[in-house]
Design a protein around this ligand. Structure first.
Ligand code: SAJ
Length: 413
């Protein structure tokens, strides 16, 4: 049965590519589509655009049912997995989703199923995407659904298989057809609903986390003022059976938490005060980190600081929306010299140095990303005088004689 179906996956990013691989491994004939020629050329040569444990093995298992193309080809099922960024004014930018729908439209057949994986504002499938198909193919029976993923970068392959999923179709048949496709590799439960609810659920999951982290960041600033340690306070509060506060940090990065809440805000600007405020608090953290660094370098004329970790979170090479970029820009604006190190990132807008060069003659090392790599660094060997630890990550016992400021620790203000 599966072998008779062809699935065309549009957008081979962090989710589209593994989805294509899982479906090909399950026996579907899969065409992976991306407009980036270099990416397609690399994939044909089996070079992966990002690092994830298990990728080469999965690729090997999938390859016999897999082909790559720069443009969509005729298929039974189309999966749209393209980016949905926000504009400068923080409005949803649905350009890529609309383009994907237009591209599919040119080759669409009666009774095809279109699945939107990309995170989209509530109402998009029904109000924006469906009319694109209906306009051109008035007499077609079109099946359409939203099947958002929940996998967390760093554990993508594991979570794509194990997580429960929510699928919303424009009708029951669309939901059921989509469930059948995903059941080929998802071991978690699959819950069915309508498209707008599925769109909403995906976004409120990320917004919940963003608001929770904003609360933690606000507590960190407060603890600096009243001179207690926020990390200890949160740990103790979380012992309560119904309290689960996230951790503070240098700000919220990644393509999800920093973006998706705006999709809700733009549905009702006045009715989403808590969500908006959370975004503002999280966006303010790089400035707060700069203030902490300033305390350590205030007597130095043109200080040199070292950014440790440019990825948006630990042990991955993804730097989309990373708070490190904002910290670098703010530091440069102050006239500081900035050196940057990251053990995973290959290409970054600024030059990356090895750890020795990065820490040489540095006035302050700033731990931005809690990569395990930094646990092993001997800061004394590199004669580091000041450290700002924005994640409460470094082992204090190894840092005696170094002036250490922990975000949300005591005595910072
Ligand atoms: N962060 C904190 N404090 C915390 C947790 C995270 O400051 O306690 C920061 C991280 O350092 C990072 C940012 O938040 O900069 C986001 O990281 P994350 O690990 O919270 O989430 P993402 O963006 O990698 O993945 C999220 C996940 N969503 C939820 O956990 C609700 C993932 O399950 C989604 O699939 C993914 O978004 C997505 O693609 O939407």
């Amino acid at each position: 049965m599966r072998k008779n179906k062809t699935i065309c996956v549009l957008g081979l990013g962090y989710i589209g590519l593994p989805t294509a691989l899982f479906l090909a491994k399950a026996g579907y004939k899969v065409i992976g589509v991306d407009s980036n020629k270099n990416k397609i050329d690399d994939l044909i040569k089996r070079k992966f655009p990002f690092q994830e444990a298990g990728f080469p093995k999965l690729f090997k298992e999938a390859i016999k049912n897999l082909s790559f193309s720069l443009v969509p080809e005729k298929a039974d099922v189309f999966i749209i997995s393209v980016p949905t960024p926000i504009t400068k004014n923080r409005k949803p930018d649905l350009r890529f989703v609309k383009q994907a729908a237009e591209d599919i439209n040119k080759i669409l057949n009666d009774k095809n199923l279109i699945i939107i994986e990309s995170t989209i504002p509530p109402g998009t499938a029904k109000e924006i995407v469906l009319p694109i198909f209906k306009k051109r193919h008035k007499n077609y029976r079109i099946y359409l659904s939203h099947a958002p993923e929940r996998a967390i970068p760093g554990k993508t392959l594991k979570e794509m298989v194990e997580d429960d999923r929510v699928i919303g179709g424009i009708d029951k048949k669309s939901s059921n057809l989509t469930k059948e496709i995903y059941s080929s590799f998802v071991k978690g439960k699959i819950y069915l609903t309508d498209t707008t609810t599925a769109e909403f659920v995906k976004i409120i999951e990320n917004t919940y986390r963003d608001v929770n982290i904003a609360f933690a960041n606000e507590l960190a600033k407060l603890c600096d003022k009243i001179k207690i340690n926020v990390w200890e306070a949160i740990k103790l509060a979380n012992l309560h059976p119904r309290v689960n506060i996230n951790l503070p940090g240098p700000g919220v990065g990644g393509h999800c938490l920093a973006i998706d809440p705006w999709f809700l805000v733009r549905k009702d600007d006045n009715g989403t005060q808590a969500i908006k405020l959370a975004r503002t608090i999280n966006d303010s953290m790089p400035d707060y980190v700069i203030n902490l660094i300033s305390k350590t370098v205030k007597n130095i004329k043109k200080p040199t600081i070292t950014i440790l970790g440019a990825a948006y979170k630990a042990n991955i090479d993804d730097w989309r929306e990373t708070p490190a970029l904002k910290i670098i820009k703010l530091a440069k604006k102050k006239g500081w010299q900035v050196k940057i190190h990251d053990p995973y990132i290959k290409n970054f807008p600024y030059k990356l140095l090895n750890i020795k060069e990065a820490l040489k003659n540095s006035d302050c090392a700033v731990l931005v990303t809690n990569h395990d790599f930094y646990k092993e660094v001997d800061f004394k060997k590199y004669a580091v005088k000041n450290i700002v630890d924005t994640r409460n990550f470094l082992d204090k016992n190894k840092l005696e004689d170094i002036n250490l400021i922990v975000l949300g620790g005591k005595n910072n203000i």
